[in-house]
Design a protein around this ligand. Structure first.
Ligand code: ADE
Length: 258
């Protein structure tokens, strides 16, 4: 069982997706569990405020430490081994290798104690520096593919107080663009991980053979009926019944990530 606890102000934006299709099936089969914590419940004062203006001035509001720490600690009180993920454009760029590692409970093997993936540490653009812990024994030595609990903290507003990073294990970026919050990244991370858990996809081999699963391979082109759609015909080799030739064609037409 892989467990996700999502700390968010916008549960209603996440729930429909997680209650649909494969994510729903994963929960129905007992392979995944999605829980929500409403950050507002940990807000301060009569207005349950979770943000404030930045010291030093500047536009926008920042997520405050207290609601975030209290929300995370409320989850960790029940499961101290849970790992905290922060979606942020300052994080490691998410990729299939990370999704695969996370689906096996081994994400920590790709990150160092400062929350930076090894390849990135030697690269040009180091992400924010701060003390970030990672890699509990449970995670790194887990042979059970799904025996993990991840807390995903979804920031909103213009940013977050930097001290929040001290309670984060992994900072993950979905790409070099800025979104309004962590909800979409949370869904993308969850979807790409959960679909890799054995038993989630219908055909047991679908996740294995498809795009990216073998290093940087891109899946070969596929076709279904009709044979001729508006003059665009299915390559004849795929109708030949010759499995050797079909495999050869597919091999030749598989691509690589740029
Ligand atoms: N939050 C805002 N932009 C983001 C991005 N590109 N990746 C992850 N989290 C984000």
């Amino acid at each position: 069982m892989i467990k996700f606890t999502i700390i968010t102000l916008f549960q209603e934006a996440l729930e429909p997706y997680l209650k649909t299709s494969m994510m729903w099936k994963a929960t129905e089969k007992g392979l995944a569990e999605f829980n929500f914590v409403n950050l507002r419940d940990f807000g301060l004062g009569p207005h349950k405020s979770v943000d404030d203006t930045p010291y030093g001035g500047g536009d926008g509001m920042l997520l405050r430490c207290e609601p975030v720490f209290n929300a995370i600690e409320s989850v960790k009180a029940k499961d101290p081994t849970a790992k905290v993920i922060l979606p942020t454009p300052a994080g490691e760029i998410w990729n299939q290798e990370m999704a695969r590692a996370m689906s096996r409970g081994q994400l920590g093997t790709l990150f160092s104690r400062d929350g930076v993936a090894p390849a990135r540490r030697h690269g040009r653009s180091a992400p924010h520096t701060s003390v970030v812990t990672s890699g509990s024994p449970r995670e790194e030595h887990s042979q059970l593919p799904c025996d993990m609990h991840y807390i995903i903290l979804c920031p909103h507003y213009e940013g977050y107080d930097e001290r929040i990073l001290s309670i984060v294990d992994y900072k993950i970026s979905l790409g070099k663009y800025v979104l309004t919050g962590g909800e979409l990244p949370a869904l993308i991370i969850i979807d790409s991980v959960v679909r890799l858990i054995p038993g989630v996809l219908g055909g047991e081999t679908s996740a294995e053979i498809e795009s990216f699963s073998d290093g940087d391979n891109i899946e070969y082109p596929q076709y279904t009926k009709p044979y001729d759609f508006r003059g665009m015909k299915v390559p004849d080799v795929l109708l030949s019944g010759n499995h050797g030739e079909v495999d050869k064609w597919r091999e030749e037409h598989s691509g690589h990530v740029l």
